[in-house]
Design a binder for this molecule. Structure first.
Ligand code: ZN
Length: 180
């Protein structure tokens, strides 16, 4: 059995620190990559995945915040842009497939509007407030700009979490495990 979790780029890795390239043309290679990312995301129980997390430094994100075994509702976002990020800051607990074994408290704006192309080339608009989608959109789009959830922490907390992550990795934590 192939283990799709092995395809996840785990920190530290330069690809997770890269400002990713916009996609110029939505062709078959983009569709194949999106399909692959969805497969990896579902296999690892993630609610979102950004292309650099599978080693491709292009602006592509997949998200599905409410799938079950029988029902999937995937969003594919090509070149997503945060148009609005406002509302009260909310702190939630986030995990990341590229940081197996830890979860961190991250504070983000509670309301977000995102524009992105879908695989048909239509410009789509996503709006979310006070829910997992609002968090997930911001978390994944951060990845396209070389930013991870740890970059939102205060310096001391970041150092502490990096140490916890190194220990979890040493202990064999796999993508999808959040340590809580
Ligand atoms: Zn992540």
């Amino acid at each position: 059995m192939s283990n799709l979790a092995d395809e996840i780029v785990v920190a530290p890795d330069a690809r997770l620190k890269t400002d990713c390239t916009p996609i110029e043309k939505i062709d078959d290679s983009v569709r194949v990559l999106a399909e692959h990312m969805l497969e990896v995301m579902y296999e690892t129980d993630g609610c979102g995945l950004a292309a650099p997390q599978v080693g491709e430094t292009v602006q592509l994100v997949v998200i599905d915040v409410d799938y079950t075994r029988n029902k999937r509702n995937p969003y594919v976002l090509v070149n997503p842009k945060v148009i609005v990020a406002d509302g009260e800051e909310r702190e939630t607990v986030e995990g990341c497939l590229s940081f197996p074994g830890i979860s961190v408290h991250v504070s983000r704006p509670s309301h977000v509007v995102v524009e992105a192309y879908n695989l048909e080339g239509d410009l789509m608009r996503y709006e979310a407030q006070d829910n997992l989608l609002a968090v997930c959109l911001q978390h994944e789009i951060d990845h396209l700009h070389g930013k991870t959830m740890l970059d939102h922490l205060r310096p001391l907390e970041r150092v502490r979490k990096m140490r916890e992550f190194e220990e979890a990795k040493e202990a064999g934590a796999q993508p999808g495990e959040t340590g809580e």
